[in-house]
Design a binder for this molecule. Sequence first.
Ligand SMILES: *Cc1c(COP(=O)(O)O)cnc(C)c1O
Length: 370
Amino acid sequence: MTASSFEAARLTVRLGAVAANYRECGRLAGPAAVAGVVKADAYGLGMIPVAKALAAEGCDSFFVARIEEGVALRRALAEARIFVLDGASPAAIPALVAHKLTPVLNSLDEIAAWAGAARGQRGGLDAALQIDTGMNRLGLPPYEVTTLAAEARTRLAGLRVVLIVSHLASSDDPASPQNAEQLRRFRTALAMLPPAPASLSSSGGILLGRDYSFDMVRPGIGLYGGNPQPGQPSPFAVAAALTGRILQRRRIDKGEPVGYAATYRSARPMLLATVALGYADGLMRAIGNRGVGAIGGVRVPVVGRVSMDLITLDVSEVPEALSAPGGTAEFFGDTIRLEELAAAAGTANYEILTSVSPRVPRHYLGEAAR
Ligand SMILES: *Cc1c(COP(=O)(O)O)cnc(C)c1O
């Protein structure tokens, strides 16, 4: 018996589906280039295997949030363009230079600091600029864009601006008027600044149409099989599944309590399965008495509270052969979509993926050669 056959819980990652989703982005946004957003350990799926699978599809540009993520990715991909969304704080500049990371500069101060570093480099430095078009999170606000536009030659001296970026706040909702407004503001800013390749869309923006694609799109959640616009049909294939092993099965009578604080009481005799997944694995405690699991494609209700390591399912309606100890129950994957679990937990598909804890072994299907 291999060690993996003892695994209590597992996050199965289909690298083939990640690759197919990458190609789908290219089909939807082409001729724009498609970068891979692999921050937060590729949303929990595993940054290095995911980035290698994307690179095998021809992806040569990646976005991370933290500089540490960029340093780790550089070790795996020597040639790729790696953008760091956190920008270029003075403390980060030596590591950005040493690891050939391209900061996404978010303010005039960062531009000045990075341009200062560029003066010490033969040939200057590459940079991306982020323009805030209304999200008010990161990026140059309009008054800084105005200053930069007026003084571009001096302020950008020594820098090669390889990308101008902005980010949509409401692309999960195609009906939001904020999308068109941000598009308008982005075009205005681009017209003021020296010409450079431009990028506006994450996964949701890709679904808004080619007007939003510009020269590069930056999908994250779509690559990982999340629906960027919950409520609309998704073009993306399921790429990750969270499953746990059934540890024990028992019959209970009508009127028996289940789990901590006895928050559930059976209305009839039932068959329960206890599964080795809990909130320490990232399965939100909020799905107690609300969520569903799936066994053999059959949906089964969560009964009682979610424990740290365990969750209990009502398996009365499942063929008994499938609910025996050693079997597995899915919490997201082919039967239960990320968005359904997210709704039950009161959160978003993004947080479901990034919450799967390091305790859960990642199992890769279709792994690119290492
Ligand atoms: C996280 C992020 C993305 C990817 O967004 P998804 O919605 O996951 O596709 C793209 N751009 C920026 C600036 C981001 O922060």
